[in-house]
Ligand binder design. Structure first.
Ligand SMILES: C[S@@+](CC[C@H](N)C(=O)[O-])C[C@H]1O[C@@H](n2cnc3c(N)ncnc32)[C@H](O)[C@@H]1O
Length: 216
């Protein structure tokens, strides 16, 4: 019988050593490819000058600094983040007048409606039980303006049993069990049920990572 997944099994709340060296760790475990990958992924979102971005689980602010290049001084970024150490890093790394960081949980009502052109969530959604993922999706939908984009950068859908051994090992042994559950779901069907109407997809790392853009 399959055991019920619980939020306590998640590794998504980054703290301690991992928080202190988060960006460096990403560079190391990706054999130095992360900086190139993340630049390409963020470029693929298609952000435009003057647009607003809400970043769910913003982390160290690395992604936000990259997004600033596209939205410019007239644009605006709001990061939502609960990790104390990650928030400290964010404030140091991404200190600009048009960037703000709010200490808000993304899996509870955030009280933001029809305000942002893009909601971005990078390597966060997989770390929640499905019930909370759905709350996060509802929050994103509400926060977006009409025609806004929900840009989800995370693992793609795949069957770990039939995958390349490194992907299988990473999902089954390094990541939490919630990630294995995440990769087995049909995300476009779930997002359609939540009201999103069309999609664009970009793939990275032999298609084990996907940027899925869902349009409101
Ligand atoms: C794996 S890290 C990804 C950080 C960043 N998005 C990136 O791609 O570099 C996950 C982040 O989500 C934050 N987080 C976890 N649960 C959260 C929650 N319920 N609300 C807001 N942030 C959360 C963590 O503190 C951490 O900074």
């Amino acid at each position: 019988m399959e055991r019920k997944l619980t939020q306590e099994q998640s590794k998504v709340e980054v703290k301690g050593f991992e928080a202190k060296y988060y960006d460096l760790l990403m560079n190391v475990i990706s054999f130095g490819t992360y900086p190139f990958f993340i630049r390409k992924a963020i470029k693929s979102i298609g952000l435009k000058e003057g647009e607003s971005v809400l970043d769910f689980g913003a982390g160290t602010g690395r992604n936000d600094c990259l997004m600033l290049k596209y939205i410019g001084e007239r644009g605006k970024i709001t990061g939502l983040e609960i990790g104390e150490e990650m928030s400290e890093k964010f404030k140091k790394n991404c200190d600009y007048p048009n960037v703000e960081l709010l200490n808000k949980r993304i899996d509870e009502p955030i009280g933001i409606e029809n305000e942002y052109d893009t909601v971005f969530i990078s390597f966060v959604l997989h770390g929640f039980i499905q019930e909370r993922r759905e709350k996060i999706i509802d929050n994103a939908y509400k926060a977006l303006k009409e025609n806004g984009k929900f840009a989800i950068l995370d693992y793609n859908e795949f069957d770990p049993e039939k995958s390349f051994f490194i992907a299988k090992y990473a999902i089954k042994k390094i990541e939490c069990p919630l990630a294995e559950d995440f990769v087995k779901r049909d995300w476009k069907a779930i997002l359609k049920e939540k009201g999103f109407r069309s999609f664009k997809e970009f793939y990275f790392y032999k298609k084990y990572v996907r940027l899925l853009i869902a349009y409101k």
